[in-house]
Design a protein. Structure first.
Length: 333
């Protein structure tokens, strides 16, 4: 399967691309840097330079790649390392919000035009949930209808990308990621805090999720693999069905009919020893052959049979022999 990864050198994209290649997919990955495009080539992907905020650039890249699946992983999170300002959240994430919003619109427009089958988008599900209910949320839980003032634009972008992905005329999938920590993400400091057990979280092994983003890239790769598995399974079922239908048809209808035909032919062959044996086949013909067929032999086949008309008897016998797969022996002609 050909997969187009927009943002193939970002925090998550850089981990996703090798996993897709390892799984046997043909990968086209984009970046804003020609140097990083060469790095993607060394990984085994086809690197392309693309500006996710330029609709023409996006359309050109997607048209050239002609992928079956597009995965949107474009962010500007790496630029925030050591510079994020939680008091001015929307301002810090302004470029990432543009890539998630405008970038989604540009990629979806290109995907629809080119005929891409599946679109996998990045959403987010740490702080955006409504602050009610239990501490553990699922993807079915609602987002916050009244977020803090400094996070409203960011949450509006998340809501937009999810809705646009689901409303597009293709198979759209929005994955709500949790918070990622570590190299290349927005808040690497939290990873250090987790390892030093200074971050209050629930359960044992709290530091493990902060080491790498491999689990997220595995889940993202699985989003593409599940469709391949389903297609392969469907192909297998269809193959079995296509093969089974004619086999069953032959087994149910043709084989029994052929067996009866062969049995009658074998039995009939034992009765053709002399001219007198033709009487039996002539009598069967008068009982089994259609009236219009008998009329071609004689205007009164029954009378001719009783009168021992040898020519009519032979003609009637030939009709029955032919239906049994036999021919009139030359000695009886």
């Amino acid at each position: 399967m050909k997969v187009f990864v927009a943002g193939g050198t970002g925090a998550l994209g850089a981990r996703l691309v090798p996993k897709l290649i390892e799984a046997g997919h043909e990968v086209v990955a984009t970046t804003r840097s020609p140097r990083k495009a060469d790095e993607l080539g060394r990984l085994g992907a086809r690197g392309m330079v693309m500006d996710g905020l330029d609709r023409e650039s996006v359309l050109s890249a997607v048209e050239e790649a002609r992928p079956e699946v597009i995965v949107h992983e474009m962010t500007a999170l790496a630029e925030l390392e050591g510079q994020s300002d939680m008091r001015h959240f929307d301002r810090s994430f302004a470029m990432t919000n543009r890539l998630r919003g405008e970038g989604t619109d540009n990629l979806l427009a290109a995907a629809v035009k080119v005929g891409v089958r599946r679109f996998v988008n990045q959403s987010y599900a740490a702080w955006p949930y409504v602050r009610s209910g239990g501490p553990v949320k699922s993807e079915d839980d609602p987002l916050d209808p009244d977020p803090p003032k400094e996070q409203r634009r960011s949450l509006a972008t998340i809501e937009h990308l999810e809705q646009a992905t689901l409303d597009a005329p293709l198979e759209g999938l929005a994955l709500r990621y949790g918070a990622f920590y570590g190299p290349g993400t927005s808040e690497p400091i939290f990873g250090e805090m987790a390892h030093k057990r200074r971050l209050p979280v629930v359960g044992d092994g709290a530091a493990a999720p902060f080491d790498e983003m491999s689990s997220a890239s595995e889940a993202l790769a699985e989003a593409g693999r599940t469709q391949v598995t389903a297609v392969n399974r469907l192909a297998w079922v269809l193959g079995i069905s296509i093969a089974t239908i004619p086999i069953l048809t032959v087994g149910v209808f043709f084989v029994p009919a052929r067996w009866r035909f062969a049995r009658e032919a074998t039995a009939g062959a034992r009765f053709i020893d002399a001219t007198e044996d033709l009487d039996l086949f002539a009598l069967r013909a008068m009982a089994r052959q259609p009236m219009h067929v008998l009329a071609k032999v004689s205007d009164d086949p029954a009378g001719a049979w009783r009168a021992r008309d040898r020519e009519v008897i032979t003609a009637l016998a030939v009709l029955e022999l032919r239906d049994s797969g036999l021919s009139l022996p030359a000695r009886l002609s």
